[in-house]
Design a protein. Sequence first.
Length: 60
Amino acid sequence: MGILSKNTIETWILPHLTVGSRGFAPTARVIEIVEVLVIKVVRLQIQLIFFLCLITNEFC
């Protein structure tokens, strides 16, 4: 899985996010926030695979 393009994020993800009516406006653009979240999820998946390889004593 690669990094999503900004066009893909705007087309497929942003329409599903709610628009908050309270609170302060974010200082970062929503697209940048989504990109960071996707990167963190991918990193967690890689760490989980590495951990599973360690506990099963198999080489991945």
